[in-house]
Design a protein around this ligand. Sequence first.
Ligand SMILES: *[C@@H]1O[C@H](CO)[C@@H](O)[C@H](O)[C@H]1NC(C)=O
Ligand SMILES: *[C@@H]1O[C@H](CO)[C@@H](O)[C@H](O)[C@H]1NC(C)=O
Length: 372
Amino acid sequence: ELCGRSAECSIHLEVIVDRPLQVFHVEVEVKDINDNPPTFSVKEQKLSIPESRLLDSRFPLEGASDADVGENAMLTYKLSPNEFFILDIIKKKDKDKFPVLVLRKLLDREENPQLKLLLTATDGGKPEFTGSVSLLILVLDANDNAPVFDRPVYEVKMYENQANQTLVIWLNASDADEGINKEMMYSFSSLVPPMIRRKFQINERTGEIKVNDALNYEDSNTYEIHVDVTDKGNPPMVGHCTVLVELLDENDNSPEVVVTSLSLPVKEDAPVGTVIALISVSDQDSGANGQVACSLTPHVPFKLVSTYKNYYSLVLDSVLDRESVSGFELVVTARDGGSPSLWATASVSVEVADVNDNAPAFPQPEYTVFVK
Ligand SMILES: *[C@@H]1O[C@H](CO)[C@@H](O)[C@H](O)[C@H]1NC(C)=O
Ligand SMILES: *[C@@H]1O[C@H](CO)[C@@H](O)[C@H](O)[C@H]1NC(C)=O
């Protein structure tokens, strides 16, 4: 208190003695004892350090002060054990020291958003005093994490002919960073062809993919959609996934029946088994929806004979006689195996041509005529 930080501290006194008058000079030297601990000006020092700082980066700290002098004010510093920082002591010319943190292991905000360390100063007195300050290190985010999807590939199965704006899939990516570094935008990757961009639509904010145009199994039954998710950090980071859309067939196409060739009219003496017409059937659907069964009007002297998958011959099944029936209206019905099933018909009119199979005949075999 008397001398502050100066090492020499003495009080000069004059002692005056009477009879005989004499003056004595007294010098009282005040010796320091270690009665002051080192003190820090604040209880807590806060440091904000970006996680991107390189190894050996240095962060100066405010040192402690000690009101004593000499050995009693010779401070040594110690840092609480931790894996990220070590302490370096800088000696200034006026013999004060001050501590500096040195980064020894890279910081990662996603693992340790903040660190609490304790810096302790010890003086050189006997006995020694200590003082300490807590160091609160706030690790600031850098855009070092790309957004990620929880799977690289998502598979979606859906029926064809979905209404416009039907949800296909709702993608959710996540980003371990914070703030603007974790704000994401979804988009089709630049690889996605215009055809898919027309058929599907992605909401860049929410990640929902919706149907945007008619989806027809018969045009294409799988779509491979590459999706990017980009965060808004600087520079931005990108994550990817693929959505495989598989369309399932619906029975939305009727069978078609085509009569391709006819040999008409048919002569009434044509032998049984004569081919009268060739018929082909088809259905654009797949599976049972595309399997077609063919049938013919019942009770006619004709039948359908399957020649090859989906090809039939219309053949004569029994003897014809123009003189009793001169023509037939045949209906070929093709029906698919969907549920409910769809069907189509084709009519064939068969005219029976006359053959000279009847001799002229008299109404009576014998005429008896009486002549006077
Ligand atoms: C994404 O999140 C939404 C809403 O929480 C959820 O309905 C959807 O199923 C999620 N998507 C995936 C692929 O998990
Ligand atoms: C589907 O809906 C979207 C949004 O309303 C619209 O832009 C698009 O033209 C529609 N597509 C068809 C085929 O109607």
